[in-house]
Design a protein around this ligand. Structure first.
Ligand code: GP9
Ligand code: MN
Length: 689
């Protein structure tokens, strides 16, 4: 009897389960049946976006990135939901127009990707004037069969519409309340999808999303529709910002520069006039590695040589904000500071800048830049033109293979090697030239240690035993730490630089050339790792105890001061001359243009920095955070506290004066860029209004 009861209960449970399942299936089937047009629209748009990723970025991870599909669904269902507000007979035209719009986004990006290996931006619309010149070439060389795929979507939607029409799908009468209910229902689906998507985001995703320059990453992670919507906002934001307060900003700007004159001549004026120039943008190169050794092996033999034979500015600071590499390029070239929001290279690429290449071109120089990464990284394609480079050699000008790639792209050794013949050609074609080479390998996360070559960062000790025999003891020290890996990577980059100089020398390209090197920013490593570097305890393989007499304090100030980057000016025959010295006065990236200007004979009136040989020990370096440093102290404006750097007494007046000066400079710099104050044409236009 009991058994029968159990069997009976089981059958009952099965039946209810099945009924529930059938009900659920019925519900889904009814939903599909009633929402065929909406679902077809959503499906077509998602397929288009997925196919775009498939055509552009060939890895399975990209084709079927479910996160991107989720993000696409959010945008498409959001737009689709509002279709329900219309009467059924008008709905098709709504979906059809948006289907064409979304398909066009995919098609434009597909074509753009073939041409530029990057994705399109609304801000590039200002470049449409050039389309006439390249239009035919685009049709002949760039438009490919694959780009026509996106036409299929709207055609399919139209055919579905005809079928639905035949079946009287649009004949239903829907009251306003029903339509609102349907809209709400679809919006709820969007809400759930959005929530799911937000849960998948990491802090890195969010930061890249707001910076918007790593376009491939955003499209892969957020899908093309979110990318394009975000691009729309980042493109119009600067326009909105610059609509208000022009007059006030312009007055402040005019007042500040009214009495600015070129600095007086000094013993370095025109010393390098008409010489060729090679500038090295040293990715993540830091001053604290110069002279550092592990087991008697120098981390940076090349930098050590250049700094000891040339002019070495050992208290030099990069002044970057969120735009890292691009900010250092901006400040190096223009003597302006990074913008307060967004990045100048991405958000304000249509403004006028006075770059070093522009000024040298006026002196008859041919100017070029070289970087074996994607030309759109940090929007360099547009900005290098704007800064005055005649030619930008980027990834497509180099032979990049899987074998010669490390980290972000072409290895530095290959990059330099392939650049030499280009420089040789330029040298034979132009009387004088100025070239920038942007390094890449020594970039965070410094994880491809097997590709950097042998460079142990452990600690070895030879111990003599009682019986007179010796034994080598090895302590792990920096091995396995991020800072240790950074030194390995930096050692590689330094070696690449050394080989480059040798190749240039062998080709006779150093004869009349000034070699300039700057570190673009610090390596963004943790303070804990530096503590280990300076306070290693062999006994415990850990950091020394704070009470230990050998313990060296490395607090947040030392950390900030330790973020210094090298700035070196070197020529092959400078050693042991009066041009061979270490300058210890604080100096910032914004002092480079005025300092080089004095040496090479160019002048930018609208500079915020100074010729270091003019201002000497009175210099001050400001940071985008509002902090500043001079020879006497480092001041942290957030903490309203300072760290003394000399014995001299410090007064409150000078702190207030310098803090105000810092804020004034940051404001003026930001106004110059956002209001485009260096653009005389705009000024005339405004006066004419
Ligand atoms: C990219 C390279 C790195 O091309 O310049 O930029 P970063 O991440 O250092 O700003
Ligand atoms: Mn960088």
């Amino acid at each position: 009897m009991k058994r029968i009861k159990i069997i009976f209960n089981q059958i009952k449970m099965n039946i209810t389960k099945n009924i529930k399942k059938v009900k659920k299936e019925h519900l889904i089937r009814t939903y599909i049946k009633n929402n065929k047009l909406f679902l077809s629209f959503v499906f077509i748009c998602i397929i288009n976006s997925t196919v775009l990723r498939f055509f552009c970025m060939h890895s399975l991870e990209n084709y079927l990135s479910w996160r991107a599909i989720l993000a696409d669904s959010v945008i498409v269902t959001l737009v689709g939901s509002f279709g329900y507000l219309l009467k059924p007979k008008n709905r098709f035209i709504y979906y059809f127009c948006f289907c064409i719009f979304f398909s066009a986004i995919c098609m434009i990006n597909s074509v753009y990707y073939t041409f530029y290996t990057s994705f399109a931006s609304i801000s590039m619309l200002s470049l449409t004037q050039y389309i006439g010149d390249v239009g035919d070439a685009v049709v002949e060389n760039v438009l490919q069969i694959k780009d026509l795929f996106y036409v299929i979507g709207p055609i399919a939607l139209f055919l579905i519409h005809l079928k639905l029409k035949k079946k009287n799908y649009y004949k239903k009468v829907e009251m306003k309340t029903i339509r609102k209910k349907k809209t709400f229902k679809s919006l709820s689906i969007t809400g759930v999808l959005l929530l799911l998507f937000l849960l998948t985001l990491s802090p890195l995703d969010v930061s890249r999303f707001f910076k918007q320059w790593n376009k491939e990453y955003i499209v892969m992670r957020f899908g093309i529709y979110v990318y394009q919507t975000n691009d729309l906002f980042t493109s119009i934001q600067p326009k909105i910002n610059s609509m208000f307060g022009y007059d006030k900003a312009n007055k402040k700007f005019q007042d500040y520069f009214k009495n600015k004159e070129p600095s007086a001549t000094n013993e370095y004026t025109n010393i390098f006039k008409d010489k060729n120039v090679i500038v090295i943008h040293g990715e993540s190169m830091m001053t604290n590695a110069i002279g550092l050794k592990f087991n008697d092996q120098e981390v940076t033999p090349t930098l050590n040589k250049l700094s000891s034979e040339g002019m070495f500015f050992s208290n030099f600071y990069s002044q970057v904000s969120v735009g890292t590499s691009s900010d250092s390029e901006l400040t190096y070239n223009t003597s302006l500071m990074p913008t307060k929001s967004g990045t100048a290279f991405v958000s304000y690429s249509d403004r006028k800048y006075i770059g070093i290449p522009t000024l040298l071109k006026e002196k008859g120089y041919y100017t070029f830049s070289m970087h074996a990464n994607n030309a759109d990284f940090w929007n360099r394609r547009a900005m290098h033109k704007n800064l005055g480079y005649d030619r930008f050699f980027s990834k497509t000008d180099y032979n990049v293979t899987k074998e010669n790639t490390i980290g972000l792209g072409l290895s530095d050794k290959e990059f330099f090697h392939q650049s030499v013949e280009k420089i040789e050609r330029i040298n034979s074609e132009h009387e004088k030239w100025y070239g920038l080479l942007i390094m890449l390998t020594n970039h965070t996360p410094f994880s491809e240690i097997e590709k950097y070559g042998e460079f142990p960062v452990d600690m070895k000790e030879t111990i003599t035993k009682e019986d007179g025999t010796t034994e080598e003891k090895v302590y792990p020290y920096m091995e396995g730490t991020k800072l240790g890996n950074y030194f390995k990577s930096l050692h590689y980059a330094d070696e690449a630089l050394g080989e480059f100089i040798q190749e240039l020398e062998a080709k006779g390209l150093l004869e009349n050339t000034v070699f300039i090197l700057y570190g673009d920013h610090d390596a963004r490593l943790s303070r804990k790792d530096y503590n280990l570097l300076y306070n290693y305890d062999k006994e415990t393989d850990d950091v020394l105890d704070k009470e230990d007499p050998e313990y060296k304090e490395y607090d947040s100030y030392q950390y900030e001061l330790g973020r210094k980057v090298p700035f070196i000016i070197w020529t092959k025959d400078m050693n042991n001359t009066k041009l061979n010295f270490e300058n210890k006065n604080v100096m910032g990236m914004y002092d480079v243009s005025p300092t080089l200007g004095n040496m090479f004979g160019f002048y930018n009136k609208y500079r915020l920095g100074h010729d270091i040989f003019d201002i000497k020990e009175n210099n001050i370096v400001i940071f985008p955070t509002g902090n500043w440093v001079n020879n006497k102290m480092y001041y942290n404006s957030q903490k309203s506290a300072y760290f003394p750097l000399s014995e001299e007494p410090i007064t409150e007046e000078e702190i207030n004066y310098n803090t105000e000066y810092t804020n004034q400079l940051l404001d003026i710099s930001n106004d110059i860029i956002s209001f485009d104050l260096l653009n005389e044409k705009k000024d005339q236009e405004r006066e004419g209004e």
